[in-house]
Design a protein around this ligand. Sequence first.
Ligand code: DC
Length: 238
Amino acid sequence: MQSAENPKKIIIAVDGFSSCGKSTFAKAIAARLGYIFIDTGAMYRAVTLYALDRGAISSGIVDEDAVTALLDELTIDFRFNPHRGASDIYVNGDLAENRIRTIEVSNCVSAVSAIPEVRRRLVAMQQRMGRRRGIVMDGRDIGTTVFPGAELKIFMTADPAVRAQRRYDELKAKGMEVSLSEIEENVRSRDHADMTRAVSPLRQADDAVVLDNSHMTVKEQMEWFTELFESRMAELQQ
Ligand code: DC
């Protein structure tokens, strides 16, 4: 699936469970390769945040029709932030990078991401973003639905307790008041919801390579990736 527009650059799909370091890993490999990193979870979170702000979710109950009705007035874009060395997400022009990571958004995002029209719109947007190739896109359905022809697919997993601890440390470092047990519960319930939803459930693509990083440092993951990338590129050149 090499494109005439950009023959040497490929699409790398990074899928997997929540909080297993997909963004950290995907961001690092994009920086290493000079590719663009796209965090599709941030896009589902952005829709959720907007729905919360506009009253389409109240007391944790997601009104599917009300969320769907908001989609026409919602714009999402990414703008590179040189201080972070990564892109920040903007919702209708407002910076939303921190607000999309709250536990309130995390608790509702699986329900929002199960709405067929939400998925249809975001998948179309993601496919447009990938047209120029040279991208690393992380999510749940990138290798199965968004880019089934991606040249390299990685499926990430890690022990749920390790994942909960990582998300706890991340939120604490940002000064948020959170409880480890609440986060662990959220990690497990999102795993369940993501795997059992009707529209593009989380599943490993047949041609994905599994990365279980429960006991791996970021450096070890990068070494693992470098070897995989080189052998995949050699295969593609044959
Ligand atoms: O990666 P994350 O935890 O920030 O993702 C937030 C939620 O969005 C997650 O619970 C599942 C959903 N999601 C999805 O359904 N499809 C994607 N491609 C990315 C995320």
